[in-house]
Every structure is written in C-alpha cells, then in structure tokens.
Design a binder for this molecule. Sequence first.
Ligand code: TIU
Length: 221
Amino acid sequence: MPAIDAKPFAFPLDRDAVGLVVIDMQRDFIEPGGFGAALGNDVTRLEAIVPTVASLIAGFRRAGRPVIHTRECHRPDLSDCPPAKRLRGAPSLRIGDPGPMGRILIAGEPGAEIVAACAPAPGETVIDKPGKGAFHATEFGPTLARLGLRQLVFAGVTTEVCVQTTMREANDRGFDCLLATDATESYFPDFKEAAIAMIVAQGAIVGWAAETDAILGALDG
Ligand code: TIU
C-alpha cells in the first residue's frame, strides 16, 4: 500500500477508496466584495492557494478518483438559513443582501459560484450546504457511500471553519481524513496553524496533514 509522507505519521493511501473534497472555493470567500470581505476579512491570502487547489483537483482527475465540491449557500427564500446565522453581529452585508456579486451566499448568484480555476468538471458532485459542515442537511454522506469512499483528502477554505468542521464530522463517521496543508487557507494565519496542530495531535485524533506534492506523488506513483 503506498504511503503519503504526512503528519503525525504516514498516511496509508488506498487508491481504490480515496476521494478529494474541495470545500467552498467560492467567489464570495475568495474575491474582494464578497461575504468574506463583508465580515471584515482580508481575502488576499485565500486567492493565493487557488493554483495549488487546482493542481490537487487535476491530480485526482488524472488518477480517476472522485472530486466532490461543496458550496456554502442558501435558498433564495432563505428558508434554510437560521436567523441566528443571518442576524448575528453587525456585518456591512448579511446573507441574502444584494452585494457586488449578486445576493450574498445565495445559490445561483455569481458570488456563490466556485472560482473558475477550481470549477467542477461534468459529472463531479457539487454539494450545496447551509452549514459550515458538509454533512448537515445535505446529500454529502450518501454521496460518499455511493462512491465507495473510505478515505478523504481535504482542500479549500477556510481551514478552521468549514474545512475543519467537515473533517471532524467525517472522522466521526469513520473516514480516514487527510488535510492538504498548502491547499487550504484561513483569513487568520494563526488559526490555520492551530487547526492543523489540533487535527494531527494525539496520534491523528482528527486526521493527517500533508503537502500537495506528497499527496500527488503517492497518487500518481
Ligand atoms: N468566515 C469563515 O472563515 N468561513 C466561512 O464562513 N465559511 C467557510 O469557511 N467556508
């Protein structure tokens, strides 16, 4: 069995059971003028990982392994958006408000789309999720089962919010989870490092962490 050089120890790759989960690489989080910026964040850090995420996606496609994309977004009537999420704090733009890229975090609006370089290919599953984790109120779990996946590699944004939440949920459901450390990013560098440290601590209590080159090398090899 090929192994991926990872922390806290080698990841035992099963090429027949591994899939890539790309979390929320959406314009609303990555481009200026979207939801991320409306929350007061500097979005430039996130834009920098786009080519790395794209290369990871390309590697999984090359290997014939599934790529699953998620998007954090809500129905136009906001029926799946808890008021506690929409009304919290005093952001300059709330979910559902008109913004420079359409209504903020609403399915079908330009801002909710995945950035072009990471766009889903025909046939790849796209999960629209109302929460931070991908399992809540979605078909994510049944999709993983249908694809026969037991190992998940994670990429996307943001590391400590939607990526970590989904990774923890997947770990509890029995998946081996590996985070691609250079294909994920946070608005807060300290939070990214802390999230990775928490994931790999205590003998991979949530999962493993490895760089994209190491993952692709094992997948291609
Ligand atoms: N704000 C923040 O860091 N993240 C989110 O709201 N969503 C995701 O992480 N996708």
